[in-house]
Structure formats: C-alpha cells, structure tokens
Design a protein around this ligand. Structure first.
Ligand code: GRF
Length: 241
C-alpha cells in the first residue's frame, strides 16, 4: 500500500497522464489460462467504437489457451515462464520490460495466477487492474465460488478493481451481482459469474479509454458520465429462478 497514499491525495491517475483519449488506449493483458476475459477485451477493441487496442498478451504459461486467442486476432504474445527465474523480483522485472517495450498504458490481469511484487505494482500504479469472481471485499483469494457457497451468502458476483500490494484489496471500480440459486455448485455459480465478468471488464476498459476513472480518497469515481449510469451502479436484472 506504500504507493497509494500520496497518489490518492492527488485524486487522479498520474501514471496515465501520458494518455489522452485522442489516441487509442494501449492495453497489456496478463493471463495464465483460458483467457475468456481476454477474449471479451479483444472483442471490445475489435468490435466496438471504443478507442482501445490490446497490444500485448503476456502469459507465464506456455500452453495457456489465451495465447491462441491472441494469435487468432493477430495480437503479439509473450511467454515469460516464472519457473525460469531465481525469484519473483526478477520475473516481475522481465514482465515490466516486455510490457514497457510494448508501450502499454493499462495492464489488465485476466486469470493471471502469480502474485505480483511491490516493484511491479508500484511501476504500474493506478494503471493495473484485475477481475475477481466474487464481490470484494468478501472472498478474496482462490476457490471463491466454493467459499461463497460454503458461507451461505445469497449473492455473489464479480469485481473489477485496482491492484495494490494486498491480495484482491485495491479500490473497487465496478461490480456485478449474481444470485446464488438452489442446487448451485461451484461450477454453476462460476459460470454465472463469468458471464458477468465478460460484461463488466470491457465496460471498465471502455471507461479508461474515455479517461473517466478517477481515484478520490481511496475510492473510485467515474466522471463525466452525462446521462450514463455510474459503472459501479450497473447491474444485470435478476434471472428468473
Ligand atoms: C476469472 O474467473 C477471473 O475472475 C479470475 O480468473 C478467471 C479467469 O478466467 N481472476 P479466464 O481465463 O478469463 O477464462
């Protein structure tokens, strides 16, 4: 959290000051697996009028299916296998090098299964975001669909948040609520949540592309919306049981 305090007081996104919506937002996506959220971001960039481009997909796993998704869309990929590095610091520095060479404005974690060092988090302060399959701050970490079921909560959902040095603790940008239905298991709940992840992650990236995301006192504000509803308030209608 070291970096957060002084930056938050400024109430803006200093690391994004080089970025203005007059050019497409350059996105780097970090994956370790299937990459369905990556696909949602690729689709946003390729099939909408949002000025954003996925310029690099970086995976720590050579066999991650998300790499194929990127290649099918003509997006450059980079594999950096964490097991070949002495420690997390050296691995993260290699990732920083790759992402900076690609000139990314915004780094999106999309099923990236490695913990990040303070070096990485600090380097991309306020331009590093993650999607998590629960309503944070409830259920950080792994296996969160099962944890939600075990806790007996009636609703779970998805959260897009800034990444800080904690585990799923950074300021929340957008959430979608999903009901827990009778007979749900972790897979059924996970699939329902994933559908909403694919909706809100592109929504948040679109907000960044329009330079509408601000941190004020540790909370996120969506600015300049006109008549548009605030992303944090958007929610899908309840499905019928
Ligand atoms: C998603 O559930 C995401 O919330 C979590 O990891 C999963 C990645 O899925 N961080 P995919 O690789 O995007 O399909």
């Amino acid at each position: 959290m070291l970096w957060r305090e002084p930056l938050m007081k400024k109430g803006r996104l200093p690391s994004l000051t080089d970025y203005s919506p007059s050019r497409p937002l350059r996105i780097g996506v970090l994956i370790s697996g299937g990459g369905s959220n990556l696909q949602a971001l690729i689709d946003l960039c390729q099939n909408s009028s949002i000025a954003a481009e996925v310029v690099l997909v970086l995976s720590n796993v050579e066999t991650a299916y998300g790499l194929e998704r990127a290649q099918k869309s003509g997006i450059p990929t980079l594999v950096i296998d964490h097991s070949r590095f002495e420690g997390r610091e050296a691995f993260d520095r290699a990732m920083i090098d790759g992402l900076d060479k690609a000139g990314v404005d915004l780094v999106c974690l999309a099923g990236f299964m490695r913990l990040l060092t303070p070096t990485f988090v600090g380097h991309y302060a306020q331009r590093l975001i993650n999607i998590h399959p629960a309503l944070l701050p409830s259920f950080p970490g792994l296996h969160v669909q099962q944890k939600a079921l075990d806790a007996g909560v009636r609703f779970s959902g998805a959260t897009v948040h800034f990444v800080d040095e904690g585990m799923d603790t950074g300021p929340i940008i957008a959430q979608a609520v999903v009901p827990i239905l009778p007979g749900d298991d972790a897979n059924a709940l996970g699939a329902r949540i994933l559908k909403q992840e694919h909706r809100i992650y592109p929504l948040v990236v679109a907000l960044f592309a329009r330079n509408r995301v601000r941190l004020e006192g540790g909370r996120v504000e969506i600015v300049d919306g006109g008549q548009e509803p605030d992303a944090a308030l958007l929610n899908p209608p309840m499905p019928s049981p």
